[in-house]
Design a binder for this molecule. Structure first.
Ligand code: HEC
Length: 109
């Protein structure tokens, strides 16, 4: 059993090495440090101040565009409660509004 696993590991690493040697495959990663999408909503500035200190805006970009307002509300609260993001409760509704309209299901079609 252990031996089989070892052989598998060797085969897998050989396959990886030959792929790397071929060098023809490439993937496009989004640029590091993605910025929040600009908006005239008041929550834009608040999101800039509160939401990109720990991670880039990529995290918002990769949320489903079908995500409804309560999803964003829960997300902002999770950032505060779980990850201790220093977000003022008073700023939350504007941030959620910006997120739902910019990344969620309230985006202009
Ligand atoms: C104190 C640091 C911090 C701040 C400030 C912060 N986040 Fe996060 N955020 C995190 C961490 C840590 C994760 C989890 C990363 C992981 O799970 O790999 C995360 C993950 C996310 C994700 C990915 C989905 C998920 O559930 O993991 C989204 C979307 C997100 N944050 C949005 C926000 C928004 C919107 C704000 C502003 C309201 C914000 N973050 C502010 C730390 C922070």
């Amino acid at each position: 059993m252990k031996q089989a696993l070892m052989i598998l590991t060797i085969v897998a690493s050989l396959a990886g090495a030959s792929l790397a040697a071929a060098g023809s495959k490439s993937i496009d990663l989004p640029p590091d440090g993605a910025q929040l999408k600009p908006s005239s909503l008041p929550g834009y500035a608040k999101a800039q101040a509160n939401c990109v200190a720990c991670h880039s805006a990529e995290y918002m970009q990769y949320q489903p565009a079908t995500a409804p307002r309560p999803y964003w509300d829960a997300m902002v609260k999770r950032m505060k409660v779980v990850f201790k993001a220093p977000i003022d409760d008073a700023d939350m509704p504007a941030i959620v509004d910006y997120l739902a309209k910019t990344y969620g299901n309230e985006q202009p079609k």
